[in-house]
Design a protein around this ligand. Structure first.
Ligand SMILES: [Zn+2]
Ligand SMILES: [Zn+2]
Ligand SMILES: [Zn+2]
Length: 156
């Protein structure tokens, strides 16, 4: 007898810690397999309202999916950064913050040092300034870590 749809489903533990469809599409486009670990890490970052430190990501993943260990979270974060899906910003105290942005691909950030919220800054916003710096200083700008710190419209 063929199992009913219901009994088939109940063999799997319900796991709500999934990345959004948009982020899953980005993973696939970057040649990444969608794994439970990547889902769990992406889900935590997508729900966050500010960049999270690696330890905060570990703690949040432990709550949503206790089977994913800390070392795995660190490895997964690194892989998602390498794939350009997770972005990094520097936080107060030199800590690295991790975030998943609405903007796909290369861009920069306005980082509020008060509430921690970030706003995506498109390349078109920084290119003219960086171009002027390069011309006036004969300097080749490596601007992969170019972010702007200050207070957001709510906190100023
Ligand atoms: Zn703020
Ligand atoms: Zn961003
Ligand atoms: Zn740029």
């Amino acid at each position: 007898m063929a199992p009913s749809r219901k009994s088939q489903k109940s063999r799997y533990r319900y796991n709500p810690a999934m990345a959004s469809a948009a982020v899953r599409d980005r993973m696939l486009a970057a040649g990444q397999r969608i794994t439970r670990q990547r889902d769990a890490v992406a889900n935590v970052l997508e729900r966050a309202t500010r960049p999270l430190g690696a330890r905060e990501v570990c703690d949040a993943v432990a709550e949503s999916d206790p089977d994913v260990g800390r070392a795995t979270v660190f490895r997964t974060l690194h892989a998602l950064v390498e794939a350009g899906i997770v972005q990094r910003v520097s936080l107060a105290g030199g800590q690295t913050g991790y975030l998943i942005c609405k903007t796909d691909g290369h861009h920069h950030h306005l980082v509020c040092t008060h509430c921690g919220r970030t706003t995506d800054l498109p390349e078109t916003a920084v290119a003219p300034f960086l171009g002027r710096v390069e011309r006036s200083h004969g300097f080749v700008v490596d601007h992969t870590s170019f972010d702007v710190y200050g207070r957001c419209a709510t906190c100023r």
